[in-house]
Write a protein that binds this ligand. Structure first.
Ligand SMILES: [Zn+2]
Length: 385
């Protein structure tokens, strides 16, 4: 009799336990679905150019086996290939995020047949959001250019600079002054930017740490004549200027879209320079830490962090310790490995799983509840040769 009662009790406990577990997983699923249905007011897309899993791991080990990136709640992967090459370049990679199209390497915001496609930044701007771009390359470089201009070829820097004149973004920060004011056609695009309502300032008058970002006042800040310095050479503006821009954008009534790029992780990969890979990734991660703190407090912002591709085919080899890495690079170019995606905030659960790089664009639009689109929106502008 006693045995029977104990056995029954055990059965009840077991049933309750199983029931609770089922309920817990249902709750998790419901929470994920509820999150996916939420509409963020703002989107911040952070791109670590050339930042594959090994770049992240190397930076993590070099930083006491810790990165701010670990605080991101949702992880996924994207397939980075372009339309004409399994190994994408930064132009096709950024265009996939910005425009939702697979296109050829070197394409800046254009389709495979060179038609200009509306970017998510341009669409957000048209929908009343404020927008910004903060990068550590020149502002005409492939990744930023793919969000704010349209060109058949990434190397047409002066044409891209002229196109940025019409981009309407509120805050633009990066290098590349010479493409605006010392051009072959002798135009001064900086003067034109002023006519378009921008406060234009450059590294010649203002150090990055002293740049003032005023809500509601368009700003174009050029941090260098060509490429900005590397972290090792003393560049330290990505975190403070990103946060100044976020604070200004947060005053926007209808929200904002901001793209931040840690551009030079890629350059460390091309140079097979592990020190540059690590210092640039840690600099990007420092920015991630501040942005994520702000996003968590704000509660209305979808944050997505990813890379366009991996650079260098980096490996961490036997013989490595926590204090010293033994690495090798398989190439001085990009590689074709899957790329991690990290997300947080309303709509972030949509970014788990494995999907195309173009789906990052589609998921962002879905989160913003922009009307479904089966074809890219072709703009009535010619993407210059
Ligand atoms: Zn590259």
């Amino acid at each position: 009799m006693k045995f029977k009662i104990i056995f029954s009790l055990l059965c009840i406990v077991a049933t309750l336990n199983t029931g609770c577990k089922t309920q817990a997983s249902i709750n998790t699923q419901n929470a994920a679905k509820a999150n996916a249905d939420q509409t963020p007011k703002n989107i911040i897309l952070m791109i670590g150019d050339g930042m594959g899993l090994t770049q992240i791991t190397a930076a993590m080990i070099s930083n006491g086996y810790k990165l701010n990136l670990e605080k991101m709640p949702i992880t996924g992967f994207h397939k980075s290939y372009s339309s004409d090459d399994l190994i994408t370049d930064s132009a096709a990679g950024a265009t996939s995020f910005a425009c939702g199209v697979k296109t050829y390497n070197a394409a800046i915001g254009v389709t495979d047949d060179t038609l200009a496609v509306q970017t998510i930044l341009e669409e957000a701007q048209d929908a009343g959001k404020e927008t910004g771009v903060v990068v550590t390359s020149t502002i005409v470089h492939a990744t930023p250019a793919s969000f704010i201009s349209h060109n058949r070829n990434r190397n047409n820097y002066e044409e891209i600079a002229e196109d940025i004149l019409d981009c309407k973004a509120d805050y633009l920060i990066g290098g590349g002054k010479k493409y605006f004011d010392r051009r072959k056609d002798e135009k001064n695009i900086l003067d034109e930017m002023k006519k378009n309502g921008y406060a234009v300032s450059t590294f010649l008058e203002t150090d990055p740490e002293n740049v003032v970002v005023t809500p509601g006042k368009k700003l174009f800040y050029l941090a260098a004549d060509g490429d900005p310095l590397s972290v090792e050479q003393g560049r330290n503006y990505l975190e403070p200027l990103s946060m100044k821009v976020i604070n200004a954008l947060s005053q926007s009534k209808d929200g904002f879209f901001l793209m931040i790029e840690g551009s030079q992780i890629d350059w460390g990969g091309h140079g097979n320079n592990i020190k540059q890979v690590v210092t640039e990734t840690i600099d990007f991660d420092k920015t991630i830490g501040s942005v994520l703190d702000w996003v968590n407090k704000n509660g209305e912002t979808l944050l997505i962090i990813t890379a366009d591709h991996e650079t260098g085919g980096l490996a961490i080899n036997p013989g490595s310790t926590m204090d010293s890495l033994v690495v090798s690079f398989a190439t001085t170019h990009h590689s074709g490995t899957l790329i991690p995606v990290f997300s947080a905030g309303p709509g972030s659960t949509m970014f788990s799983g494995i999907y195309e790089n173009t789906d990052i664009y589609h998921k962002m639009r879905h989160a913003l509840k922009y009307p479904k689109r089966t074809q890219p929106k072709i703009l009535n502008v010619s993407a210059k040769k």
